[in-house]
Design a protein around this ligand. Structure first.
Ligand code: SF4
Length: 268
């Protein structure tokens, strides 16, 4: 990862909280999470969109250990950090469960190379949104086609844009039921559970990364920075209200999907 070398400097970088005491109210939140996963599984067929994040490792662990009948998929955007790809292989072995790979394809993917999207994503919000649409939103849309529900690792505490997330609601973007079983979990809940059950997670968390996505669009954060300040940081205007999303979890993604055009750089 191009940015990780900077973690060796004297700057105080983020590290996950070490939580060895059960957070107040955690047992009730865990019980509700398992109930929601089981409820999601009744919407056959249901898929879990696994991002290999710490949150999604918690859900994957619960799905596997409680033998919940939900298929796991992950989007291989072609831009994932090596550490994420290594974790992917490792957890499939540890849990003896497959995480189905979904990849972008088609002429629009080739067109991203034509416009040199790798470098232009930093200068053009339009190209960045296109890249997210072609590498993430469209493959996810195909993966969700024909499904009745999907499960995500979204949490209200993650950002201002996510503080109204529902535990179970109809997803107007993808037209199916959407479950967010850990919607109420805190950072402490996540890391307490990971520590307690020794759940595998990305090595990047120990290098200052609090939220991990594609390699070009993820950087480590300093102590006291917003947890999602390392995602699309060049687009952030207010460090206290980080709202940038790839389009998968925002209501207008459906509209964007039909309107973004490689030749139009002015609409965003
Ligand atoms: S996160 Fe970055 S590299 Fe990944 S799809 Fe979006 S713009 Fe492209």
């Amino acid at each position: 990862m191009t940015t990780s070398s900077s973690t060796t400097s004297s700057i105080a970088w983020y590290s996950p909280p070490r939580v060895t005491t059960e957070p107040v109210g955690f047992a009730a939140r865990l019980t509700e999470t398992i109930e929601l996963l089981n409820e999601a599984a009744t919407y056959t067929p249901c898929v879990f969109a696994h991002s290999l994040s710490a949150e999604d490792m918690v859900l994957f662990h619960l799905i596997a250990t409680h033998r919940i009948d939900v298929q796991s998929i992950a989007l291989d955007t072609g831009k994932l950090p090596t550490a994420t790809l290594e974790l992917w292989r490792r957890v499939e072995t540890i849990y003896s469960r497959r995480i189905e790979r979904r990849t972008p394809s088609g002429p629009r993917l080739a067109a991203l190379s034509d416009v040199d999207a790798d470098s232009q994503i930093y200068e053009s919000k339009h190209i960045r949104a296109l890249c997210c649409q072609i590498r993430k939103t469209e493959p996810l849309r195909l993966a969700l086609a024909g499904k009745r529900a999907w499960v995500t690792g979204l949490r209200r505490a993650q950002s201002a844009g996510r503080e109204t997330i529902e535990k179970n609601s109809f997803d107007v973007t993808f037209q199916l039921q959407k479950f967010s079983p850990i919607y109420l979990w805190s950072d402490e809940d996540i890391w307490y559970f990971i520590e307690k059950y020794e759940i595998p997670h990305s090595t990047l968390y120990a290098k200052g990364f609090a939220s991990i996505g594609c390699d070009p669009c993820t950087r480590p954060i300093r102590v006291n920075e917003h947890p999602r300040a390392g995602r699309w940081w060049w687009e952030q205007t207010d460090p206290n209200t980080i709202k940038s999303e790839c389009g998968i979890h925002v209501a207008n993604a459906n509209a964007q999907a039909g309107s973004l055009d490689l030749n139009d750089r002015t609409s965003l």
